[in-house]
Ligand binder design. Sequence first.
Ligand SMILES: [Zn+2]
Length: 176
Amino acid sequence: MEGGQGRIFGMGWGRSDCNPVARQEHNKIMSDTLHVICPHCDAVNRIPAAKLQDHSICGKCKQALFSAHPVELSNANFNRHITHSDIPVLVDFWAPWCNPCRMMAPAFVQAAGQLEPGMRLAKLNTEEAQELAMRYNIRSIPTLVLFQQGREVARQAGAIDAAGIVSWARSRKSER
Ligand SMILES: [Zn+2]
């Protein structure tokens, strides 16, 4: 095959759409897809990485995959969002009776607007999902836990403002 390639391009009439190298690069970019979980119906969407910035909609429910708002997680959808997501997931472990949690809630929404779509922000009500809170050894709330490829990579306890959430999350997120 390489001999043939050299001969064709040696003659100077190879076009870019026939160039096997360009073709491979093209395929590589096209196959660089990310699994993004729909915040509305929990469907796993495959989005080309290059198109993540676009206003992608869910292939199943046709709603926006990113709407500058944290996803509400529960026992039912937690594992799906954490383990299937190719983008980092930042989870706010909180409870309705916790004043600092309620104070931080608007800041977390604000941070979602700044961190999406490179990161998914999510909330888990530890009052309703006590087993998950125990599994992740949540000792105080609010606690932010950053997951990448299903693994915890960082956590921070205590309420922080939107700028604090954004800079903390960005500093802890590892580039793939
Ligand atoms: Zn959906």
